[in-house]
Ligand binder design. Structure first.
Ligand code: ATP
Ligand code: MG
Length: 607
């Protein structure tokens, strides 16, 4: 794109700002004037966008489906499902509500009460959505698991969560659960969702087909306390053993407000969140937020494939698309040409979450789709989007945007006495903190009370991420506290190093770690995966080292670069720097339950 300013210190901030003219945007964004909306915002007032249960209380499933089922959106498509084989199923709000109520009745019939844990181990199939909304209707606590988990992570999570019910498929059950079932005394019921033609009874399980379709659709929701537990979500395990974050029904207010402001959902939208519900994004935004807004929620069963995705964006006329840097980087690998030929004129807003989005990724959006990817930041613990690039606001590539109205974010320094001091000065690195009390704030880490307490200092929730805030109030991600590299008195954020490497045409992905060094403490080492058509060589290594030195300056640039075919990644798509580091230093690898793809040395790479 446009030439870069040759300023190594602010390499990230040097990208040209993408200007927005709110007046020209159609439809008018819900958040057209950031300052005014922020000032006038209160969570109490925002509550008027929700209905509440007729008999009092607040239940996620009621806000997401049941209220629409008896309103003007009853016949609108709530869920549009596209199977791996191209088959399709659609559920209107009325139908989805009926199915969810049947599942709730079925749970009651099994003697499953409020507060009991229902685990879901399913691919992205319609029954997953029915079960989730049904269990929430019955005030059971839902814990979605990623269907690619092996037996060990499944056993650990169900064990920790004292799961009473598991909904899965015969195939997953046989392969992953049967062998661990005896170690899970809390698990009273296993419900199997069969595919057509699959009707072999499996000992110790009940068939969905026999349980749910015949259950009563007249299930009356209990008057759910907004503080009642609703969801148990395990973190990605990027920095260590996954934690079980507990969320309440009242979180739905954040889902509503973020759907409105951060995703800018409008009545007629076709929304597609590409995340799996096994991760919090796939639940908060793959299920709850779009349904609360009454839009059509597209669910695609197949895994990532760029051409398939472009085809779906075009044929389904997707208007709002929420995806992740890992997918964006894979699309970038194929280049903008691969997008040509698809009619993507319906696409209005594109957002990204999960990892820092390199400026290259933001601008790839502009080149390939005619609009930037809007990065936003949040965590399993926050339950919903907290910092975002909003539709009407200028985008500064590399920045994660500004806090949601109702969210107070600050950069803080931890003091030795356990308190924190807010850093007012712009562009000074510190820990990102949020003022506690937003509706979807997690209410605990399962079984780890002390760890939960340690996340707070006074009125602040400490996120464990390092960031900076600029004069205009935009936040810039530096790195996870655990990943930050300390070199010769500098704190180096891996994100900046990786973004600089990604500017090089040969680089598809990069990860930077700190490697102990007797003189400067740590030196930066980077691992790089190349785009198709580029081969690892000594010459390219030298070229990349030189490029990084020019962009970042000698103090920050990597001293070593290794080539890899792939970088190790969690199943939610995050690069596992801790694993690269452990392997580099010959240290124990730690919890690998969420590891998806493993690193492979690049063919032809020097050792
Ligand atoms: P664990 O806590 O188990 O190590 P995790 O932190 O990766 O795993 P998640 O809750 O899924 O688990 O991820 C949240 C984290 O992802 C954030 O704390 C942040 O480090 C990173 N992240 C998410 N979105 C962004 C973003 N837009 N920019 C930078 N980092 C992001
Ligand atoms: Mg985390």
């Amino acid at each position: 794109m446009t030439a870069l300013r040759d300023d190594p210190v602010t390499a990230l901030g040097a990208w040209p700002r993408l200007r927005k003219d709110p007046a020209s945007l159609v439809p008018r964004p819900h958040l057209a004037d950031y300052e005014a909306t922020r000032q006038g915002f209160s969570w109490e007032a925002a509550r008027s966008g929700l209905s509440g249960l007729p008999g009092g209380g607040l239940n996620i499933a009621h806000e997401a489906v049941h209220r629409h089922a008896s309103g003007p959106r009853a016949e609108r498509t709530a869920l549009r499902w596209i199977g791996k084989d191209g088959s399709r199923r659609e559920f209107s709000y009325a139908q989805l509500s009926t199915e969810a109520r049947r599942f709730a009745s079925a749970l009651r019939g099994l003697g499953v009460g409020a507060g009991e844990r229902v685990f879901l181990l399913l691919g992205r199939i319609p029954e997953l959505y029915v079960a989730m909304l049904g269990a929430l209707s019955a005030e059971a606590v839902v814990s979605p698991l990623f269907s690619a988990f092996g037996p060990e992570p499944i056993a650990t999570r169900i064990g920790m969560g004292r799961g009473a019910v598991l909904v899965t498929t015969p195939e997953l059950y046989r392969r992953k659960v049967e062998g661990i079932r005896a170690s899970l005394p809390s698990l009273r019921h296993v419900i199997l969702v069969e595919r057509a033609g699959e009707a072999e009874p499996v000992a110790g399980t009940v068939r969905w087909a026999e349980l749910v379709p015949g259950a009563s659709p007249d299930f009356a929701l209990p008057p759910t306390d907004p503080e009642a537990l609703a969801l148990l979500h395990f973190t990605s395990g990027t920095t260590g053993r996954p934690k079980g974050a507990m969320h309440v029904h009242g979180a739905v207010l954040t889902h509503y407000v973020t759907g409105l402001y951060a995703l800018d959902l409008h009545e007629d939208d076709i929304f597609w969140c590409t995340a799996d519900p096994g991760w919090v994004t796939g639940t908060s935004y793959g299920v709850i937020a779009p349904l609360v807004h009454g839009v059509t929620n597209l669910v695609v069963e197949a895994e990532f494939d760029a051409q398939t995705w472009y085809g779906i964006l075009a044929s389904e006329k997707v208007t709002v698309w929420y995806t992740a840097p890992t997918a964006i980087r894979m699309m970038m690998k194929l280049g903008v040409e691969a997008v040509r030929g698809y009619d993507l004129s319906h696409l209005r807003f594109m957002a990204s979450v999960g990892e820092p989005l390199n400026p290259e990724g933001v601008l790839f959006g502009v080149e390939a789709f005619g609009r930037p990817f809007h990065d936003n930041w949040w965590q399993t613990e926050t339950g919903g989007i907290m910092i975002a690039n909003f539709a009407a606001m200028d985008v500064k590539p590399g920045s994660m945007g500004r806090p949601l109205p109702g969210i107070e974010a600050a950069i803080v320094r931890r003091e030795p006495d356990g308190t924190v001091a807010v850093i007012e000065e712009p562009m000074v690195e510190g820990e990102l903190a949020l003022k506690r009390g937003w509706p979807s704030m997690f209410r605990g880490y399962l079984g780890e009370e002390e760890r939960y307490r340690k996340c707070f200092a006074g009125e602040w929730y400490l996120t464990g991420d390092l960031a900076k805030r600029d004069e205009e109030g935009y936040f810039w991600f530096v790195g996870r506290a655990d990943d930050v590299i300390k070199s010769a008195g500098h704190l180096i954020g891996p994100f900046e190093v990786e973004s600089a490497l990604m500017e090089h045409p040969a680089v598809a992905e990069a990860a930077a770690i700190g490697k102990p060094d007797p003189i400067v403490g740590e030196v930066v080492k980077a691992f790089v995966a190349l785009k198709p058509g580029f081969a690892a060589s000594e010459e390219l290594r030298r070229e990349l080292l030189g490029h990084a030195r020019k962009r970042l300056g000698p103090a920050v640039a990597p001293k070593e670069i290794d080539f890899r075919d792939t970088l190790p990644r969690t199943r939610s798509g995050k690069i596992m720097r801790r694993l690269l580091k452990a392997r580099e230093l010959g240290l124990p690898e730690g919890d690998l339950s969420t590891l998806e793809s493993d690193e492979r040395p690049a063919a032809g790479a020097a050792p």
